[in-house]
Design a protein around this ligand. Structure first.
Ligand code: ADP
Ligand code: ADP
Length: 456
């Protein structure tokens, strides 16, 4: 079943956006085998991080199958951050999928299909392949434009001429439209080191050569590289990363399920047939067996787990027993509550048979110093310069309302500061945006105050 032809991965955008408020979290902050009070982007919550680090050890020892993690703690105490920390500790490519339990009820596709997708997005496959490629530093690049096939007012690239250089030679390539389009989309310019797959035409940006190309305003910094050695046209071992969900989609496309998919209908409504998933599973096993790749179980994080219903719990229980399954981490801030879809009360609204398999970690509310430190780490991460009294005020907000709320105010405060032609955020900026945006507590109070009006 190695007939699966793998193409470019797109998407994951939503996932990235969702976890971007946690971009400062780089791991659990374990230094020389010990959890440091401030490390890895984390501040405090030491006990929980130690427990999480222990879980990572158990996972790495291969002794966690059939089990899961439950994180309990008030909102904004770092439950999500902790789950991300676990994923980061498991390795750089480890997928992290964040689900909120409430989403499961609001999707258009069948619930089990939605859950299955989440599960498969949380499992990765790293593939090593020898491919024939063209590789080198871009010395020059020139696009040829022509008319759009349907819209005469739009000019589209119909090809390009690229000069690639290695330490040994220079080659001029004339590339067709598909490749030209990728070169534009990837923003390739002179000084970039690129690789073009001969068979598929896929373009990969490897980085940029020292001292060449313009200074980038980009938010991401390209890797600095040496000029590649050897010939431009050659065989090269390439490592690529896919989630099982990516592979499912490619396989579905091959089986002709896809004209609809191109227009987005497929992903929203259609179910991926089980033959497709079986074919992918076989491909994955074969790849791993042959030593051409490795499976990377990631983390599936489910927030507000008390809102999951009995069917979903049954699904997750089964999933934990599967051969290929991600690490499942649930989080909740509820005590005893009804298991959704039943009249049974249970701790955290979780069925007992599943509860038995969960290791429980607790997160505690932060003290003032911790809030201050977290807010300033977040500010640094977002490039926000805070005056001292602005930081004091945000700390106060974080303690009195929630850490999450304080962090949410950083970006608006920075925008307001810019509008006032300042590069630093003052207390006044924070006070200003504090009035514009409500904390959760305030919004609830507001609704309560005007309840009569709201129900009219
Ligand atoms: P929860 O999932 O418990 O509601 P989050 O993990 O979303 O809380 O935390 C809110 C914000 O504070 C996030 O941006 C998170 O990354 C950050 N954060 C929470 N705890 C810590 C911590 N101990 N160290 C650093 N950042 C933290
Ligand atoms: P809500 O969504 O709160 O029920 P709407 O936005 O539907 O209220 O408002 C009812 C009507 O009054 C709409 O036609 C809206 O365009 C108009 N309206 C409400 N507030 C204003 C305002 N501040 N200025 C001008 N028109 C308004």
């Amino acid at each position: 079943m190695s007939s699966i032809r793998i193409e470019e991965v797109k998407g994951g955008e939503e996932e990235r956006r969702r976890i971007s408020v946690h971009s400062h979290i780089r791991g659990l902050g374990v230094v020389n085998g010990k959890v440091e009070k401030i490390a890895g982007g984390f501040v405090g919550q030491v006990e929980a991080r130690e427990a999480a680090a222990m879980v990572v050890k158990i996972i790495k020892a291969g002794k966690f199958s059939g089990k899961g993690v439950l994180i309990v703690g008030p909102p904004g105490t770092g439950k999500t951050a902790l789950a991300i920390g676990i994923a980061r500790e498991l390795g750089a490519d480890t997928p992290f999928v964040h689900l909120n339990a409430a989403e499961i009820y609001s999707v258009e596709i069948k619930k089990t299909e939605f859950l299955m997708r989440a599960l498969r997005k949380a499992i990765g496959l790293r593939i090593r392949e020898w491919r024939r490629v063209y590789e080198g530093v871009v010395k020059s690049i020139e696009f040829k434009y022509g008319k759009h096939p349907y819209n005469p007012y739009i000019q589209v690239p119909v090809g390009a001429t690229v000069k690639l250089k290695t330490t040994d030679e220079e080659k001029i390539l004339k590339v067709p439209q598909e490749i030209a389009a990728q070169l534009i989309e990837l923003g390739i310019s002179t000084g970039d080191v690129i690789m073009i797959d001969e068979e598929t035409g896929r373009v990969i940006v490897e980085g940029q050569v020292q001292g060449e190309g313009e200074e980038q305003y980009d938010i991401y910094v390209k890797h600095r590289l040496e000029v590649p050695k050897g010939p431009v046209h050659k065989e090269k071992e390439i490592t690529r990363f896919f989630t099982l969900h990516d592979l499912d989609l490619y396989q579905a496309r091959q089986q002709g399920l896809v004209s609809a998919m191109l227009f987005g209908v497929f992903t929203e409504e259609k179910e991926i047939p089980s033959e497709v998933r079986n074919a992918v599973d076989n491909f994955v096993k074969e790849t791993v067996d042959k030593g051409n790749g490795e499976l990377i179980p990631g983390v599936l994080f489910v927030d507000d787990a008390h809102m999951l219903d009995i069917e979903t719990w049954a699904f997750f229980t089964k999933a934990m027993e599967m051969e290929m399954s991600p690490i499942m981490i649930f989080a909740t801030n509820r005590g005893i509550t009804k298991i959704r879809g039943t009249d049974i009360e249970a701790p955290h609204g979780i069925p007992l048979d599943l509860l038995d398999r969960l290791i429980i970690i607790r997160t505690r509310p932060y003290n003032e110093d911790e809030v201050r430190e977290i807010v300033s780490i977040r500010a640094r991460e977002e490039g926000v310069k805070l005056d001292n009294d602005a930081l004091d005020y945000l700390t106060k907000i974080g303690v009195e309302n929630s850490l999450r709320y304080a962090i949410q105010l950083l970006t608006p405060a920075q925008i307001r500061a810019k509008e006032q032609n300042r590069s630093n955020v003052t207390k006044d900026d924070v006070e200003y945006v504090r009035k514009l945006f409500l904390s959760l507590r305030e919004s609830v109070e507001y609704v309560k105050q005007h309840e009569e009006l709201f129900l009219k």
